[in-house]
Design a protein around this ligand. Structure first.
Ligand code: AMP
Ligand code: MG
Length: 578
């Protein structure tokens, strides 16, 4: 089913919206082949280890990484040399990170990722071992680069793969959860194509802060454990206009339950590796979809159905905080429906359905108002990848499931935006009221984040009288629209139907879903400019503030993070160059 076959009412609605092995770090081994050793954390050891490991580790003594599960189940590229090539019949290639040649500085760490996910006391981040691990400085036995493909900007791009990322191992934490640790910016791999395998500081700061911010906004995402910068020179042409700049190489240690993408499956289907496609899918289902039985003859259908609804949920969550991913290609679309691969993303300031965060996106394909549609396109590509494994009846059912996506999206969207407006229960006019508000915001270029936030901070008496002090700057903007009084009248009437509600309850509910702080481009840019001079204070301040996006914070207010964005914010350009 093509993107064009979305049901007409979905378009109507969109129009409305538009209108409106295991490694001991203390004994890291330099090895030419990872196959020699597979220490393995098994589940029974886990129980025994539990008490011991309940406390966070303050060194790497008993801390283990393993890729055993992945490498035992999936074929590995037999070629071990690191040169760019088309890889066949494999899911991973073994390749080591390339250490930086110059000094490495720790820009930031996430205490929560270290302590709650990786069982490490944050003090570990002061050690040389930590710096070595997170900068790819010691070759970790058996690092892997993943082979995947993808549809980019609407066309099949062939083999892509981890061109600058290394899976350094899987960590099984004290809860028995497996987390895959990946370095990004850690050097060339067989999938680097013409790239240098590096990532620069500016894009790494954005990925570190952006992914952590999304987590605290309650949006499924990869996490970032650490960010380091080196003095190694990396050349980039940030706006693809021939103006090449000298930048510095950086590495983010990012973690996710899995880094498999739609493109991980697509490449196997496109190259006719159907046996491998089945193996990989069974592994993903077995590991990450416990409610689906691997013995169920409809398991691939059930898997597809889950991803369809989780995609709808994820994109609605993005929309609810004004987040545009920027390059939502199938290679950047996680099979676990978590936000991954933060590149030219953006949180929009003024509400604009045509907001495109990526200046290289000439077609405006990934504008914020098109994300639901792109989700549909990507799901369609996922279905094409699964098709060879489905019988005719299952194919028909899968198409029906996909046709249900617009409904799921719309239902979820209405639920979330209802909550953003503090509405209880439901009314037939809610969808209209939400779209009406968005249309006013668009016309008035009202700030997306703060309009909702301030609607939840203002008393209804003040709203009724349009008595808007400077504190309500976003509402002052939208109040200039001649139809705003009509919307307010409708809203106040609807709020009266909130049975048993009080003003303080409404304010509390709205404050818990409408963030006061998001990572606006100007905030990231300001932190990046300082970080480029080795002043990491603003990266750390933002990290701290964005851990509590729903709570008013003195430091954040002082920094102007809830104020009208400065004039220079409009000049900031973000591109795919990273
Ligand atoms: P991205 O736009 O970051 O999602 O990357 C798309 C593809 O390009 C992936 O296969 C990346 O691994 C690869 N890539 C991006 N930048 C580089 C680079 N500097 N060196 C090697 N590969 C890269
Ligand atoms: Mg990517």
């Amino acid at each position: 089913m093509s993107r064009c076959s979305l049901t007409p009412w979905f378009f109507t609605w969109l129009m409305l919206l538009c209108l409106s092995g295991c490694y001991f770090l203390d004994s890291l081994i330099v090895a030419s082949s990872f196959r020699h050793v597979h220490h393995y954390v098994n589940k029974s050891n886990l129980d025994q280890d539990y008490c011991e490991r309940k406390r966070k580790l303050s060194n790497f003594g008993g801390w283990r990484l393993s890729t055993e599960k992945l490498t035992a189940a999936l074929p590995i590229d037999p070629i071990e040399e690191n040169y760019v090539r088309e890889v066949q019949d494999s899911v991973f290639s073994v390749v080591h990170p390339t250490p930086f040649k110059s000094r490495v500085l720790l820009v930031a760490v996430s205490k929560e990722v270290l302590e709650d996910i990786l069982d490490l006391d944050v003090s570990v981040s002061d050690t040389e071992d930590f710096l070595q691990l997170v900068s790819g400085g010691k070759i970790v036995l058996g690092s892997l680069a993943h082979r995947y493909g993808g549809h980019q900007f609407g066309s099949w791009a062939g083999q892509l793969g981890d061109g600058r990322a290394h899976l350094i191992g899987v960590y099984t934490n004290r809860f028995g959860d497996n987390w895959e640790l990946q370095l990004k910016g850690s050097g060339r791999t067989p999938y680097s194509r013409n790239g240098d395998g590096r990532a620069v500081l500016r894009s790494s700061v954005r990925e570190f802060l952006g992914s952590e911010a999304m987590h605290y906004l309650g949006i499924p995402t990869s996490r970032a454990a650490s960010l380091v910068v080196s003095d190694d020179v990396v050349w980039r042409d940030p706006f693809y206009n021939g103006d090449v700049k000298k930048e510095r190489g950086a590495i983010v240690l990012r973690v996710a339950k899995s880094w498999f993408r739609i493109g991980s499956l697509e490449i196997l289907t496109y190259s006719g590796e159907l046996r491998l496609l089945r193996i990989l899918l069974d592994l993903v289902i077995d590991e990450h979809f416990p409610s689906i039985s691997v013995n169920d003859s409809n398991k691939y259908l059930a898997f597809f159905s889950r991803i369809v609804s989780e995609t709808a949920d994820l994109i609605v969550l993005w929309m609810s905080v004004g987040f545009a991913h920027g390059v939502y290609n199938t290679d950047n679309f996680s099979l676990l429906s978590v936000t991954i691969d933060y590149g030219p993303f953006g949180f929009m300031d003024s509400y604009d359905p045509d907001f495109v965060p990526n200046v290289s996106d000439d077609e405006r394909r990934y504008k914020i108002g098109n994300q639901a549609n792109v989700g549909m396109y990507n799901l369609n590509k996922l279905l094409q990848a699964l098709n060879p494994l489905l019988d005719p009846r299952q194919k028909q059912l899968a198409s029906q499931i996909l046709e249900g996506y617009p409904d799921q999206y719309y239902k979820r969207f209405t639920e979330l935006f209802r909550a953003k407006l503090g509405l209880l229960g439901s009314s037939d006019d809610d969808g209209y009221m939400i779209a009406f508000l968005l249309k006013l915001m668009e016309d008035a270029r009202a700030d997306f984040t703060m309009t909702f936030r301030q609607l939840g901070e203002i008393s209804l008496d003040c709203l009724k009288d349009f008595s808007l002090s400077q504190e309500f700057w976003a509402l002052q903007d939208i109040a200039k629209h001649k139809l705003f009084p009509s919307w307010v009248a409708m809203y106040l009437l609807r709020l009266q139907r909130n049975a048993g509600d009080s003003e303080s309850d409404r304010k509390r509910r709205m404050a818990s879903v409408n963030p006061r702080y998001v990572l606006r481009n100007w905030m990231a840019e300001s932190a990046i400019r300082k970080a480029e001079r080795n002043d990491f204070s603003e990266v750390r301040l933002l990290q701290q503030v964005l851990q509590h996006p729903f709570q008013r914070q003195t430091m954040a207010e002082r920094a102007g993070y809830a104020q009208r964005p400065p004039a220079w914010a409009k000049e900031i350009k973000v591109s795919c160059s990273s």
